[in-house]
Write a protein that binds this ligand. Structure first.
Ligand code: MLC
Ligand code: AMP
Length: 499
């Protein structure tokens, strides 16, 4: 049966004995073994009750089995829903009850916390441990190594990825087989990824960057992937001589520049360094070239659209810009308040249209209508302009968002937690520059009249409700917040005060 993603990404490799994945323990998995494992996962999922179109929520370690689970979900006609392993139980409970998955895969240490939500939505919980054991793999082992692929067209959902919202409530972006394949094809062509490449993969596999940009392109091209559990500059240094490609967030590149031994010679075999998910400082760009002789290729994307623009492979990679729209994708600049297209060189809202643009937010038709126009233009929330040569520059964000080490953090979500603490009148959460993460989270808290707010309590409540990367790095107790004449908190004023 035709299945758009599976047919392009996995089926062509089913008989290939070439190495696909190598892991930290030195283990290797061929393409044929990988597709066999994916088929076994498809059987295990189906046996556990996955129906075509059903969601498979995955909060699992970065392992070969987890990637096979991704491909197995697609083959079985399911919708893959990856979630950050750093999320707390209350955060996960929201995603599970909102997405109502058929199956939830997690480590057994988290099973007790998640079982009530699974029971509420009628999901089957299977385990996948960091050593590869667990009930999922126990069920997969012994299953047939081929699976009758479930038919999926380009319009069918392939993945549901949650992205936080400025209103504090996360939205599930519905991505189709067509969205994902068209983008993987565009990137593979543009970046000239081939079966001769070997990618160093140090990103998490629960976001667009590490899962789709990195894995879909590698599978499509038949490239080899060195799977690292997490970013480790020394491990990358050791792998550079046998590799050709690295994809990372800007923190990867600033950390590599801080690593002795990261030299031109060490990078001699490398073909391409790609950066995205957060702004790459022009300074990092220049230092990187001076050190390695390579110009980093910066691209721009988001959960709802996959990748939108990229600097050229051949041609000038311009620092401070994210390059040109990808083939097939349109980008325009509009007036942020009126939505009307602006003239050449003017700064405004970045809007995107094309086969990469998602289908809408899961169960949120009003939110979808607010951000995705009826004629297909998606209102990104990012502000920018095209320079005189057509390179897109991102100048800021209209959405109140902090990007720390490539992770998106919505202040509203943290403010809601802080405002719920007894004695807190109100709070404002802002991002301040950070040399390692680009931006760091800082909270300004205003106590109720005559009350003292205990910082330990603020930290404790943040820890209970929010993933570690969202925790404010510092708290400042103030008598009030700066406001404009409309009563709106002036975060720009706060940022300069706090800086
Ligand atoms: C880890 N910590 C973070 C953090 N990562 N805090 C804020 N922001 C982050 N990004 C916490 C840790 O829990 C730890 O807390 C402390 O900070 C120090 O951690 P570390 O050991 O220095 O961090 P490390 O594990 O090395 O991780 C840093 C990182 C990682 C940058 C390598 O965050 C990362 O891989 N980021 C990539 C995110 C990503 O894939 N984004 C793509 C989204 S898709 P403590 O308490 O233990 O000290 C997207 C679309 C697109 O945006 O265009 O791509
Ligand atoms: P996410 O919602 O996690 O997919 O994050 C998407 C957001 O990351 C975009 O809307 C941008 O604000 C930001 N982003 C991605 N790539 C870049 C880049 N190269 N430069 C600046 N911001 C970027």
């Amino acid at each position: 049966m035709p299945n758009v993603m599976y047919d392009a990404l996995a089926a062509p490799h089913a008989a290939s004995t070439k190495t696909f994945l190598t892991d930290d323990a030195g283990g290797t998995t061929s393409f044929a073994d990988f597709t066999a494992l994916a088929a076994q996962m498809a059987h295990a999922l189906t046996a556990a009750g996955l129906r075509p179109g059903g969601r498979v929520a995955v909060i699992a370690p970065k392992r070969v089995e987890t990637l096979a689970l991704y491909v197995g979900t697609l083959q079985a006609g399911g919708v893959y829903l990856p979630l950050n392993t750093a999320y707390t139980a209350p955060e996960l409970e929201y995603f599970l009850t909102d997405a109502t998955p058929d199956i939830v895969i997690t480590e057994s240490a988290r099973a007790k916390d998640l079982q009530p939500a699974c029971d509420t939505v009628g999901a089957q919980l299977l385990t996948l441990e960091s050593d590869g054991s667990g009930t999922l793999c126990a069920s997969a082992t012994g299953q047939a190594t081929t699976f009758e692929t479930v038919e999926r067209s380009g319009k069918d959902l392939a993945a549901l990825l949650y992205t936080s919202g400025t209103t504090g409530r996360s939205k599930g972006a519905m991505l189709t087989h067509g969205n994902m394949l068209s983008n993987a094809q565009a990137l593979t062509d543009l970046w000239q990824i081939t079966a001769q490449d070997r990618l160093i993969h140090a990103l998490p596999i629960f976001h667009t960057h590490g899962l789709f940009v990195a894995m879909n392109t590698s599978l499509l091209a038949g490239a080899q992937v060195r799977l690292m559990e997490r970013f480790d500059a020394d491990a990358i240094l050791r792998d550079l001589p046998g590799s050709t490609l690295l994809m990372g967030v800007p923190t990867f590149y600033t950390r590599l520049l801080d690593t002795p031994g990261f030299t031109k010679e060490a990078c001699a075999n490398m073909r391409l360094f790609i950066s995205g998910s957060a702004p790459l400082l022009a300074d990092t760009h220049e230092s990187f070239e001076a050190r390695t002789g390579h110009r980093i290729l910066e691209r721009y994307g988001m959960t709802e659209t996959n990748m939108n623009t990229s600097n050229p492979y051949d041609g000038e990679r311009r620092a401070g810009t994210v390059g040109f729209p990808l083939p097939g994708t349109e980008v325009r600049i509009t007036c942020p308040s009126e939505g009307t297209p602006l003239g050449k060189g003017e700064t405004g809202m970045i809007e995107v249209r094309g086969p990469n643009v998602f289908k809408g937010y899961w169960n949120m038709p009003e939110k979808t209508a607010e951000e995705l126009r009826a004629d297909g233009w998606f209102i990104s929330g990012d502000l920018g302009r095209f320079d005189e040569d057509g390179y897109l520059e991102i100048s800021g964000r209209q959405k109140d968002l902090i990007i720390s080490g490539g992770y998106n953090i919505y202040p509203k979500e943290i403010e809601d937690v802080l405002n719920g603490i007894p004695g807190v009148l109100e709070s404002a959460v802002i991002g301040l520059p950070d040399p390692d993460f680009g931006e760091k989270v800082v909270a300004v808290v205003v106590p109720e009249a005559g009350q003292d707010v205990d910082q330990a309590l603020l930290r404790q409540e943040a820890a209970r409700q929010l993933a570690r990367f969202k925790h404010p790095r510092s708290y400042h107790i103030e008598d009030g917040l700066p406001r404009n004449t409309m009563g709106k908190v002036q975060k720009n004023v706060l940022r300069s005060q706090m800086a």
